[in-house]
Design a protein around this ligand. Structure first.
Ligand SMILES: [Zn+2]
Ligand SMILES: [Zn+2]
Length: 423
């Protein structure tokens, strides 16, 4: 199809509702039909471009002119983001029969097709099942079905992440979304002296950031009642500055300034812990939900079969008051790395989700990154006969899994009689 043909089809669509002197209802219907036709035309064009780009890549068209296929697409007027999407879809869509059908007839938009491609790739990577296997084909049909029934591309990705978590083998380590060891934050000073930065965070840290900034960035009407004139981006930046200020003053023990109360909400169905969800960022694995629930407030909400709450318990904060103080007196700092107690979570040695009680003998101090290592990377905590926590490294670090004393007792010699059965 050349550009002239496309223009012609476009003109026909416009002509369809250009006639004068007809009833408004008829014209409306024509306009809606024409919009539908134009959207479909765009979807077919996107599909065609993706197939052509993949074909060009296979036969080496771009290489012969000394560039990549992406550069070839951009040189022909495509925006770089669109070129990336086009190549991603083109490389994958051949192997996805059901998606191909709805992509080639223009039934699904390029954005939806791309979301299905990325969703399938994500589940395939996480579950180590190849594209074409039964499990992945099932995921593909589910995503295509949801796309047809109106799910947005973002909802399709959320669905794919949930499917990956539900089907990934349990010994598979941490999903990238929950791996705090990949976290990064960087900044540089711009030419005008301003600081510009970027971050890349695991889903729990990300959820905390969004919750904290969201609480402090709600619009504040001016005294005369006119709406807050600040843009959403500006309000978030102001809120971030406010949070830093609160942290600084809290360290100085200035009781007049209290940090905004923020709450990360994790929803964990009692019947199926593998479908836990964060309020902002969606599905998380059972392990991440257990980590989030280790030092938290727990509210039980019973639902009827239509999802309407029928009973709500008071929120019970775990490890508060005297028990928390007792743990701080005993452990003094993070038992694994020695970070200050004020940075540390109280970890349930036997998980709260598994019925572990919130008592001195079942708690220990762990800073956030050591806490993640205990829940995700195979470190174990046990309570020794000395009623102090001991750490057992994962077999990958120490094949003999020799218990190590808590950080504040590192000068002690290892005494095998002291360790042993957990309380
Ligand atoms: Zn630590
Ligand atoms: Zn924990």
């Amino acid at each position: 199809m050349d550009a002239e043909m496309l223009t012609e089809v476009g003109d026909q669509l416009v002509d369809a509702f250009a006639a004068d002197g007809r009833a408004a209802g008829d014209v409306d219907a024509d306009i809606v039909a024409a919009i539908g036709g134009a959207v479909r035309l765009r979807a077919v064009t996107d599909h065609l471009l993706a197939v052509l780009a993949a074909q060009a890549e296979r036969v080496g068209v771009a290489k012969r002119s000394g560039m990549t296929t992406r550069e070839l697409l951009v040189a022909n007027g495509m925006a770089p983001v669109a070129a990336d999407r086009c190549l991603r879809v083109g490389r994958a869509v051949d192997a996805l029969a059901s998606l191909y059908r709805y992509s080639s007839n223009g039934f699904l938009s390029g954005e939806h097709v791309d979301a299905v491609v990325r969703g399938v790739a994500h589940v395939s990577t996480r579950t180590k099942q190849p594209v074409g296997s039964e499990a992945i084909t099932t995921v593909e049909s589910t995503l295509v079905g949801r796309a047809i029934s109106g799910a947005s591309p973002a909802e399709l990705m959320a669905l794919a992440r949930a499917a990956a978590i539900a089907t990934a083998p349990d010994d598979d380590g941490i999903p990238a979304a929950e791996d705090a060891t990949l976290n990064e934050m960087g900044w540089r000073q711009g030419d005008d002296g301003r600081l510009q930065g970027s971050f890349d965070l695991d889903v729990l840290t990300g959820e905390r950031l969004i919750c904290a900034v969201d609480t402090a960035s709600r619009p504040r009407p001016l005294p005369d009642g006119t709406p807050d004139p600040r843009s959403a981006g500006r309000r978030r930046a102001d809120a971030f500055g406010q949070l830093l200020e609160c942290a600084a003053r809290a360290a100085a023990d200035d009781a007049a300034v209290r940090a905004p109360r923020t709450e990360v909400v994790v929803t964990v169905p009692v019947a199926d812990r593998s479908t836990a969800r964060l309020g902002w960022l969606g599905s998380i694995s059972d392990r991440a939900a257990t980590l989030a629930g280790c030092d938290a407030g727990i509210t039980r909400v019973d639902l009827d079969q239509h999802g309407v709450p029928t009973a709500i318990s008071a929120t019970r904060r775990l490890f508060t008051g005297a028990v928390r103080k007792a743990i701080i007196v005993r452990d003094q700092c993070c038992v694994k790395c020695g970070a200050p107690a004020s940075w540390a979570d109280c970890h349930h040695i036997i998980h709260h989700a598994d019925g572990g009680p919130t008592i001195l003998d079942n708690g220990c101090l762990l800073c956030r990154s050591c806490h993640t290592a205990v829940h995700h990377q195979g470190w174990e905590v046990i309570l020794g006969h000395d009623r102090h926590p001991w750490l057992i490294p994962p077999a990958t670090l120490d094949p003999r899994r020799q218990p190590q004393p808590a950080h504040n007792r590192r000068t002690m010699r290892l005494d095998p009689h002291v360790v042993g059965a957990a309380a």
